[in-house]
Ligand binder design. Structure first.
Ligand code: UDP
Length: 237
């Protein structure tokens, strides 16, 4: 497949067209942003970690949890061939332990284990600051159909069940994560975007050390080291 013109540049990735309209190429950058783009920086090597970790986990999710994804083929350390999809404009967030905005909103201290996983949605819209949105609101504004939303919720819980166990195996608590879904040309809902320390909270089970983007968001230091440590635990490299 031949890499063609750039279609889109996001905060952490660029997307290129290919000579086949059903596929595109994602290229991961080292740029980091937080608080809706207000805080900016670079995390050296992040693009490589996020690309490889995402691809590894997406492969496993398809093979072992029957969750379809946009992943096709890893092309290089930073570039991956994916199915071209129309992104459903929702951030799908699952939580196992209270942290971040959940702790603030509901007054539940960070680190509180939740009695069951929670599922929440935010509307992907930078100008609106990605507001929280519920099922009936999603359907009312046409952000997703009822059928697609059912599929998304089912896949999201399956992703959590699989990843929680997977990360427990490398001594990590999967605190929470954000995933996105897309729709292929033939109408299939698939997991898209990434699964990485940018989009998940990872805490070491023993030391409770944070090994994710909160090190950047909260100026905790050793940001590159945390991404490197997660890559070693997941991929053994
Ligand atoms: N998250 C993300 N992108 C966003 C917002 C959140 O990847 O734009 C992830 C975040 O890394 C965390 C989870 O979603 O793993 C829940 O984030 P939260 O709502 O607590 O927001 P935050 O405290 O990060 O602002």
């Amino acid at each position: 497949m031949i890499k063609c013109e750039q279609m889109y540049e996001g905060k952490a990735k660029k997307v290129f067209a290919t000579d086949d309209e059903n596929y595109c190429i994602v290229s991961y950058k080292d740029n980091a942003t937080a608080f809706n783009g207000v805080k900016k920086g670079t995390i050296v090597g992040k693009g490589v970690v996020n690309n490889k970790m995402t691809n590894y986990l997406m492969r496993k999710l398809t093979a072992e949890a029957d969750v379809p994804t946009h992943f096709v083929e890893e092309l290089s350390d930073r570039e991956t061939l994916v199915k071209r999809v129309k992104i459903v404009p929702l951030e799908v967030i699952i939580r196992n332990i209270a942290a971040g905005s959940f702790s603030k909103r509901f007054g539940v201290p960070e680190g509180t284990e939740l009695k069951c996983p929670t599922l929440e949605y935010c509307l992907k819209d930078d100008h609106l600051g990605d507001p929280m949105i519920n099922d009936s609101q999603i359907i009312a504004i046409g952000a997703a159909t009822p059928e697609d939303l059912d599929t998304i919720a089912d896949y999201a819980y399956r992703v959590n069940d699989y990843l929680k166990d997977f990360f427990a195996g490398v001594n990590i608590d999967l605190v929470d994560f954000k995933i996105e879904f897309g729709k292929t040309a033939d109408g299939q809902i698939v997991l898209a975007d990434e699964i990485s320390p940018d989009t998940c909270r990872f805490w070491d089970k023993t030391t409770h050390e944070k090994l994710d983007k909160d090190r950047f968001r909260r100026d905790l230091g050793n940001v590159e080291e945390a991404y490197g440590e997660m890559m070693r635990r997941v991929l053994g490299e």
